[in-house]
Ligand binder design. Structure first.
Ligand code: ASN
Ligand code: ZN
Length: 320
């Protein structure tokens, strides 16, 4: 039927034209197919207004600004890990656009997920360099989005420390995957290369040896415990979300090393299923231990080496 064919041709032709004309389609968005990432990078130009000015969209060539490209590439690597290994389509598993803003504020010493997007400061240059320098920090912030859509762990106390820990775990796995490192080979550092050279320290946190990442006259000593007996019980830092995350972080490290091989393949899968299907907003360390042991049993068999490794890990950090 020639009429039908010409209609189909016309439709294809128009959509082909529209695909190259984002200004024309405006707010209309097509449902992205799984595996198709949609990254947009904005520049806050040292203001604190979000999102700022769009400087790089998906498929655009690299910018002359290193922070823009780092935010773009690491968001891509994080998307790819979750898609290839865990069959997840972006933050919401529905292809959500990955929005990031760089150059947030003046000498801003942090990076964060604000509920809708990732945000990166330049660092003050006295202690911290720009926060996009570490791929695991970018993975960390993106995973706060995943946690928000899944377990929804409240950002306080043990659930908050678990929230922080899941971000460190998958942030580290993004780094390990891009470097093709086994659990044994990985450094398990979060934010390596982010401290300026004059600071006495190697990173923001260490999952392998919590409490040893830095010890500096200005910054103080890394406060992370690696065992429940040293758990911080004060109210600072939302009751220690970035402090007590050392405990589940170390449990993941121990499990991954005992299981062996690439950490994202088995330990990562167990932690991902726990985050996606088994944990809710108020989950504590014991709950996380119980469900990861349970998931390990379901995936690899009860009394499998994988399940034993997970149980041993939580025992060694004093949770069970
Ligand atoms: N960089 C920190 C984090 O992502 C920012 C914060 O405390 N929310 O955890
Ligand atoms: Zn965090």
């Amino acid at each position: 039927n020639p009429q039908q064919r010409s209609w189909a041709f016309h439709t294809l032709n128009v959509s082909a034209q529209l695909r190259g004309r984002r200004d024309v389609i405006g707010t209309i968005s097509f449902a992205p197919s799984p595996g198709e990432k949609r990254r947009t990078i904005y520049d806050a130009k040292n203001d604190q207004q979000l999102p700022g000015t769009l400087v790089r969209g998906e498929g655009d060539p690299p910018s002359s600004d290193a922070a823009v490209n780092e935010a773009y590439d690491a968001a891509g690597a994080t998307y790819d890990l979750f898609h290839e290994i865990f069959d997840r389509n972006s933050i919401d598993d529905k292809g959500l656009r990955l929005d990031s803003t760089v150059h947030y504020g003046v000498k801003y010493d942090n990076a964060f997920w604000n509920g809708d997007q990732m945000v990166y400061g330049d660092g003050d240059g006295e202690m911290f360099q720009r926060f996009t320098k570490s791929i695991d920090v970018i993975g960390h912030e993106l995973v706060h989005g995943i946690t928000q859509y899944e377990a929804g762990l409240q950002y306080y106390g043990e659930p908050g420390a678990l929230n922080e820990s899941f971000s460190d775990v998958f942030g580290s796995l993004v780094k390990q995957k891009t470097k093709n490192q086994t659990a044994q080979e990985a450094d398990w550092l979060i934010g390596e290369g982010l401290l300026v050279p004059t600071v006495k320290g190697v990173a923001l946190r260490s999952m392998k040896a919590p409490g040893t990442a830095y010890n500096d006259p200005v910054l103080g000593k890394d406060p992370q415990p690696g065992h429940v007996k040293d758990k911080y019980t004060g109210v600072e830092d939302n009751a220690g979300v970035h402090i007590n995350s050392g405990i589940p972080n170390h449990a993941f490290y121990l499990a991954a090393v005992e299981i062996g091989g690439y950490a994202w393949e088995k330990a990562g899968k167990i932690w991902y299923i726990a985050l996606r299907d088994r944990l809710r907003a108020k989950a504590d360390f014991k709950k996380a231990a119980n469900v990861t042991i349970q998931v390990a049993g379901e995936l690899y068999g009860n009394d499998s080496n994988e399940q034993k490794a997970v149980r041993n890990a939580w025992q060694k950090v004093g949770v069970i």
